[in-house]
Design a protein around this ligand. Sequence first.
Ligand code: DX5
Length: 247
Amino acid sequence: MPADTADTADAAHSTTPTASGPRVQIVPSVLPVDFARLGEEVAALEAAGVDSIQWDVMDGQFVPNLTFGPAVIAAARRHTSLPFEAHLMVYTPDVMAAEYVEAGCSRLIVHAEACTHLHRTLANIRSLGATAAVALNPATPASAVAHVLDLVDLVLVMTVNPGFGGQAYIPTMEPKIREVRDLIERAGLAEQVDLEVDGGIGPATIAGAAAAGANVLIAGSALFRDPLGVPHAVAELRELATAAFRR
Ligand code: DX5
């Protein structure tokens, strides 16, 4: 990866650790927003204090839903300065990667289950000037990332089966979150590699995920069902996660 793009991509998703370890980040999934007002919605999420934005890219094959093409993300790119990450729930990440980087995503998250040659796919994403990340479905063991931690800046442990928002959190994923956190720590990569969770994250579940080792927390429906509004939901989730992660 050319130095300038490496720096750019890394800086976009700064994992800058605080004095007491990795920074807790609250990141929205845009699945629940009004797609007819996408530009306004991402601007409102920035104003609400989120750290970056996650696009749940679904191909209708790897998961039974179909969502955002690169043109949609490129259109939203103009409405916020926040970093974008694309969660590629697709069977062909190698084919799609360049388009999503071009559309303005500085991190691409691929599923280990969709990659025949995961090591090569992650290296290819880095050569495009983005940072690379790998996601694990609930049934996939933590060991699947053991030999690629040097190629990623984030590991995503799914806490639902991918494809839809609004699903129930799977608490039995917490031991796996801990396993991945231990793999990152033992590799000496706590400052370089974040641990993200996605699915069913809300006030009742975020502390368990953070206490197990997650420092980047994706929330969709929980942000938009808070009667006090999205800014309140972001602040509450950040407070709960920070208290639990630091324990
Ligand atoms: C599943 C999606 C959802 C979404 C978050 O494929 O990735 O997990 O981002 O949805 P909530 O927060 O509503 O569970």
